[in-house]
Ligand binder design. Structure first.
Ligand code: AMP
Ligand code: ZN
Length: 461
């Protein structure tokens, strides 16, 4: 069946055909200076769904994801301090210790969300030589030049810049903050390699003295090393489009004249009250917040499936709690089918399979795919064949539908969650009598309910 994916480069859905038998993918991974929040994980859940959809279509994968443990400055436009170095100073720790700590937690959370791990997970600091070699080649080809601050990419040498975004170079320049390097040839030139001031913690010997990498060069160097000059798909969040990915393309054109990936895919933001969830805005929640509220981690994944990855998704605890109830229903629905003895015609099963396959192949349209899953769950005849079909769908969903929720991670029964939701509604309707009555019932059943700023929390007494 045809697989259609939206390509940010051509701004349209395209029929996907890999360059060779193994699909090669590169994904921009986390900057490990702090905990990843659930907004970040929306981007990795999208990446997971893409991997699983490709596998469902029978493709073999070679997928690399980087861990940025050096070089990501506070602003994407080469300004401010290195994020890892800043965190190291703040926490009074070695930067490698900081990076390791947050990488371990990131990967633990990856597993909690049952995200299928890329075949290659690579750290920037392990690829300093590859980056130096890449920068040298760009300079040799006439696309890079040295200033007293570092080595810059000369965008005026390109046939076209930008190619991925619609950003107007002039507008960006007019709105730019203080110019960081007066020696830059063009205001849009960006740093490939930065000369380290004496007190800078992470720095390496290079042909230009003690330096550290610019953020974009790591992805160019690592994708080239593991996937070659040209590969199939590059993924990231929409915030990567105007600077990071634009500059990765520029670097690759400067080095070998090619745009590195054929298809560029970007996940839209998870928002809170309409605005982006981000560390700098201080409106973040982590998977531990879910754990504290006894919400199954995979309920967050199910919640993400309520919107196609190219649309914004607004986060509320209410919606997450209803996803938690839905996840339990899904698992119960699977169980009922797995114990069923009724016969379901093959044509019915084939039709469900085709609809599901069509939905995922339509640029990973998960809301439509989930509606097919629910149709199977609600199918009046209970049959083992439908349970098998659901298990097949779960290869794409990764919701572990055949496992009951983990102890300590989601132990609140359905009935209690429903009562809590009714109480929420009563509170919204300012029906205090009803809300108090439900609180008492919950107490009798052994649960206490706490009203916190970010929503209600249910605890076993
Ligand atoms: P960072 O660790 O800040 O480099 O971000 C890691 C990934 O998370 C990138 O792909 C970002 O685009 C993505 N990201 C950051 N904030 C959000 C958000 N609120 N919603 C979805 N993706 C996000
Ligand atoms: Zn990247």
């Amino acid at each position: 069946m045809e697989l259609k994916l939206y390509n940010t480069l051509s701004k349209q859905k395209e029929s996907f055909t890999p360059l060779n038998d193994t699909v090669r993918i590169y994904s921009c991974g986390p900057t490990v200076y702090s905990f990843a929040h659930i907004g970040n994980f929306r981007a990795y859940i999208f990446m997971d769904t893409l991997r699983r959809t490709l596998k469902y279509n029978g493709y073999k994968l070679k997928h690399a994801m980087n861990i940025t443990d050096v070089g990501h400055l506070e602003s994407d436009a080469d300004e401010g301090e290195d994020k890892i170095a800043k965190a190291a100073k703040k926490e009074n720790k070695d930067p490698y210790e900081i990076a390791k700590y947050y990488t371990d937690i990131f990967l633990r959370d990856f597993d909690r969300l049952n995200i299928d791990r890329p075949e290659i997970i690579c750290k920037a600091t392990d690829h300093i030589n590859e980056m130096i070699e890449y920068v040298e080649q760009i300079v040799k080809n006439g696309y890079g030049y040295e200033t007293s601050r570092g080595i810059y990419f000369d965008i005026s040498k390109l046939d076209k810049y930008p190619v991925l975004s619609d950003r107007k170079v002039e507008e960006q320049i007019a709105g730019a903050r203080v110019e960081v390097d007066k020696e830059k040839r063009n205001p849009e030139d960006f740093a490939l390699w930065i000369k380290a001031p004496e007190n800078h913690i992470m720095k390496w010997e290079s042909p230009w003295g003690l330096c550290y990498p610019g953020w974009h060069i790591e992805c160019s160097a690592m994708s080239r090393k593991y996937l070659g000059e040209e590969f199939d798909i590059h993924t990231g969040g929409i915030d990567h489009i105007p600077t990071h990915h634009e500059n990765e393309i520029a670097q690759s054109k400067g080095r070998c004249g090619k745009i590195p990936a054929k298809t560029w895919m970007h996940c839209n933001f998870l928002t809170v009250d309409g605005g982006k969830m981000s560390k700098s805005l201080g409106n973040i929640y982590t998977l531990d917040t879910l754990k504290e509220k006894n919400i199954d981690f995979l309920a967050y994944k199910l919640f993400c499936f309520s919107s196609q990855y190219r649309n914004k998704l607004n986060f509320t605890f209410e919606a997450l709690e209803s996803a938690n109830v839905s996840l339990i229903r899904l698992k119960e629905g699977y169980k009922k089918h797995s114990e069923g003895v009724e016969k379901v015609e093959k044509s019915v099963i084939d039709e469900f399979e085709e609809k599901f396959h069509e939905a995922i192949n339509d640029d990973l349209n998960m809301p439509v795919a989930m509606s097919v899953v629910w149709d199977v769950i609600r199918y009046p005849k209970k049959s083992k064949d439908l349970a098998d079909l659901l298990l097949k769908f779960d290869e794409v969903l990764g919701l572990k539908i055949n496992e009951m929720p983990q102890k300590n991670e989601c132990v609140i029964p359905d009935e209690i969650l429903e009562l809590s939701q009714k109480r929420e509604q009563a509170r919204k309707d300012k029906n205090w009598e009803e809300s108090d009555k439900i609180r008492d019932i919950l107490k009798e059943k052994g649960y206490i309910i706490k009203d916190l700023k970010e929503g209600t929390k249910i605890e076993k007494i």
